[in-house]
Every structure is written in structure tokens, then in C-alpha cells.
Design a protein around this ligand. Structure first.
Ligand SMILES: Nc1ncnc2c1ncn2[C@@H]1O[C@H](COP(=O)(O)OP(=O)(O)OP(=O)(O)O)[C@@H](O)[C@H]1O
Ligand SMILES: [Mg+2]
Length: 289
């Protein structure tokens, strides 16, 4: 009995983090939309790689999708020695107060770390519901982690479930990828609505960093023009200037488990993601001076 009470008290008093405070303050960006297969993961992975490699940023990529696609997209460059790291669902669910840093693994790309996801993250979606402050688990676990990075990108699952809500509540900004299909545009619009609800109901100052048009196919110009016009009218300056063209090299790079800059540095996909990294960093006021 005595033991039980004192361990509770110890937790109360000793809630200090195991990590020391770093000298950075990361901007946290969720890459999210409700529609599946529109390029969220491709965007999160290649933006993270471009920001680390071309802009000397310390970047952490959080794989928050149980499909584990960021994990597979970087499989060839993840540090094979990094066996100590725990999967990210443990950070959210362990009774012990964890930091996302416990799950961070180095990659061969200088400045880029990643947290790995596995199928158990799908269970986490349900188990999170039983936690007090269920939408704030990731935000709490990033408190110290943020001070070790310049940018933290979160790759979200294609829904508005608990994991996505955790990502949004932990983020300062959200980047919304959409292709030019009506369903995808609708999905992006729904996500913008969710951002507004998060702001109004939960009082969290979340900004839309931008909407990025993905998988743009130059061969369907007329259809594209029509959708593009509707998008511009609805979202105006939220739409980023740099779109991502359709490029099979991007899909190949994902299969190979490496960023496009390693796989095909001269490809159109690589050029577009390099420029997108510049534009997003400019919007964040972190561009090159
Ligand atoms: N610009 C592009 N050109 C060609 N193929 C692309 C492009 N962007 C993404 N793809 C391919 O389209 C598929 C879906 O992309 P991705 O995994 O990035 O989407 P997602 O939105 O993360 O999907 P999910 O909702 O399942 O997580 C992948 O096979 C990817 O390689
Ligand atoms: Mg994905």
C-alpha cells in the first residue's frame, strides 16, 4: 500500500524530462488531408529531405500513419544501427511520460531524423480515446523535442481521427496536398474546415501554411484549368505557387526507400520539391537571406 502511494507521489514531483533543453524551437507542420493517395507522404518525405539537405535545417519527420509509408519511403537511408528507438505509438500510449525524441532515428541524410511507425499505430487510434486530454498527447510529447529541431513535419493518415487531431493540436501550421480531382479538392476543403473548428472550439492557433497541388498532369490541361480556376477562387493565396507535377520517378523513389534527391536528383519531381521547400520556408520566414 505504502509503495503504491509513494510511486504516485514520485511521479507528481519528478515529472522532469530526461532530455536537456536544446537551443532551437521547431515550427511543427502537419501534412494532412482527408483524402487518401494524394501525395501526403511523398510531400512530407521529400520536403523533409530537401529542408535538411539544401537548407541546413535540423528536421524530424514523424510517421503518424499506421500504414508506415514514411518508414518504407526512407527504409534505405534509415540508420541501421538505430535499434534503441521505440515506435511512435509507444510515445503516445505508455504510462511513463515519453518524449518523441525517444522514437527518433537518424538517417543517412545529414540533419534528418525520423520516427518509425508500425501496424500497432492502428490500435493506438482507438486506445487514445481512453486517455485524459486525448487530443494533446503528441503536443505534450513534443515539448522538449521541439527544442532540438528547426522543423518537425508530421505525415498524417487520410482521415480526421484521433491521430490526425493529435497532429493538428501539436502543430503550428498545416500543409494540405491535393491533386486536381474533385474528391481530393473536397477532402482538402474538409481539412480547412477542421482547422477552423480546431481554432474556434479548442482555441489552438493553427495556421494553414498552404495548399499544394500534387500529381499535376500536363496532358489534361483543359480539365486542370477548370479545376484550377475554382481552387484559386475558393482558396486564393493559400495555394502555393509551386505545384508538383506527375513524375514516375517519385513513385520509384518511394519504392526504393529513398528521397527523390538520392534517387533521381535531376528529375522534374526533384526540381519541384526543391522549389516547394524554398517557397514553404519563405512563407515561414526561414528562407535563405
Ligand atoms: N507527383 C507524383 N507523381 C507520380 N506519382 C506520385 C506523385 N506523388 C505521389 N505519387 C504516388 O502516388 C501514390 C500515393 O502517394 P502518397 O503515398 O504520397 O499519398 P498519400 O496521400 O500519403 O496516401 P495515403 O492517404 O494512403 O497515406 C504513391 O504510389 C506515390 O508514389
Ligand atoms: Mg501517406
Amino acid at each position: 500500500m505504502r509503495n503504491l502511494i509513494t510511486s504516485g507521489l514520485k511521479k507528481l514531483v519528478k515529472s522532469e524530462s530526461r532530455y536537456s533543453k536544446g537551443d532551437r524551437q521547431a515550427v511543427v507542420i502537419s501534412v494532412a488531408t482527408v483524402k487518401g493517395g494524394v501525395g501526403k507522404t511523398t510531400t512530407a518525405v521529400n520536403l523533409a529531405a530537401a529542408m535538411a539537405a539544401n537548407h541546413d535545417k535540423r528536421v524530424l519527420l514523424i510517421d503518424l500513419d499506421a500504414q508506415g509509408h514514411c518508414t518504407t519511403s526512407l527504409a534505405s537511408v534509415v540508420d541501421a544501427q538505430a535499434t534503441e528507438a521505440i515506435p511512435v505509438h509507444k510515445v503516445l500510449l505508455d504510462e511513463e511520460q515519453r518524449e518523441v525524441l525517444d522514437a527518433a532515428v537518424a538517417t543517412e541524410i545529414e540533419g534528418l531524423d525520423i520516427t518509425l511507425a508500425d501496424a500497432e499505430l492502428a490500435d493506438a487510434e482507438g486506445r487514445i480515446s481512453q486517455k485524459i486530454g486525448k487530443e494533446l498527447l503528441l503536443r505534450d510529447a513534443l515539448e522538449m523535442t521541439r527544442t532540438h529541431y528547426d522543423v518537425i513535419l508530421i505525415d498524417c493518415p487520410p482521415n480526421k481521427g484521433n491521430l490526425t487531431l493529435n497532429a493538428l493540436l501539436a502543430s503550428d501550421q498545416v500543409l494540405i496536398p491535393t491533386d486536381l480531382s474533385p474528391l481530393s479538392v473536397q477532402g482538402a476543403d474538409e481539412l480547412i474546415d477542421t482547422v477552423l473548428t480546431v481554432r474556434r472550439r479548442l482555441g489552438h492557433e493553427l495556421e494553414v501554411l498552404g495548399v499544394v497541388l500534387t500529381r499535376v498532369d500536363g496532358r489534361t490541361v483543359t480539365i486542370n484549368e477548370e479545376v484550377r480556376q475554382t481552387i484559386d477562387e475558393a482558396w486564393g493565396e493559400l495555394v502555393l505557387e509551386q505545384h508538383i507535377g506527375i513524375n514516375t520517378r517519385l513513385a520509384q523513389a518511394q519504392l526504393r526507400g529513398e528521397p527523390i534527391f538520392e534517387h533521381a536528383p535531376e528529375s522534374r519531381g526533384a526540381k519541384h520539391y526543391r522549389k516547394l521547400a524554398e517557397e514553404t520556408l519563405d512563407r515561414l520566414g526561414q528562407g535563405r537571406r
